[in-house]
Design a protein. Structure first.
Length: 203
């Protein structure tokens, strides 16, 4: 079941809240993961198949997922604010909140997580190492206090996640390598399971 959501703030940010069905819901259903889409100028949206795969896997495990679209393109800072506002929306409604992002969204999720002290967990799929000069995912990994997972494709020649992976490994965070490229073609179910298993354990 999916519900349309408008995220409060100065920017026009809209999302879809995926909720567990009655059979999957439990006493622990007060958990939600905010999912950050890939680059909006390259077609990234809340309908991205990697995001929907993670959302489906989360709801099967009794956890809600808020997928959102960024507001007007702002080269990174505005999109980071959208992620933080979406996180705040979820925090006001759920006992435990996690973050997930793919590619551009993976970078934003890690940077947003670095500034949060009460985040349940964060997972980044093929995260971009940085956006512009100021949004640095590799550096943000050093500041993350919550459980963290990085998933990447060993044949990824679109985004170089190696700086983020190296920092995550140095900190002892969960790192998973999949035998695929940046787009995880044919691997949506695997991606959903790997990410949702990690987040569900922490939430």
């Amino acid at each position: 079941m999916s519900e349309a959501v408008v995220i409060p703030g100065a920017r026009d940010v809209r999302g879809s809240l995926d909720a567990p069905d009655q059979e999957s819901a439990s006493a622990d259903s007060q958990a939600c993961v905010v999912a950050c889409p890939p680059h909006p100028q390259l077609g990234g949206s809340r309908s991205d198949r990697r995001l929907t795969a993670v959302a489906d896997a989360l709801t099967e495990r009794g956890i809600g997922c808020l997928r959102f679209d960024y507001g007007p393109w702002d080269e990174g800072p505005g999109e980071l604010r959208d992620a933080r506002n979406s996180l705040e929306w979820a925090r006001e409604r759920y006992h435990a909140v996690g973050l997930f992002g793919y590619s551009f969204g993976g970078c934003l999720a890690l940077v947003a997580a670095a500034a949060e002290s009460d985040l349940a967990a964060v997972s980044a799929l093929a995260p971009a190492p940085r956006i512009g000069e100021d949004i640095d995912a590799a550096a943000a990994v050093e500041e993350i206090d919550s459980p963290c997972q990085v998933v990447y494709g060993e044949r990824d020649d679109t985004v170089d996640s190696r700086p983020v992976v190296a920092r995550a490994e140095e900190r002892g965070f969960a790192v998973t390598k999949l035998a695929t490229d940046h787009h995880f073609v044919g691997q949506s179910e695997t991606v959903g399971s790997v990410v949702a298993d990690f987040l569900a354990d922490e939430l």
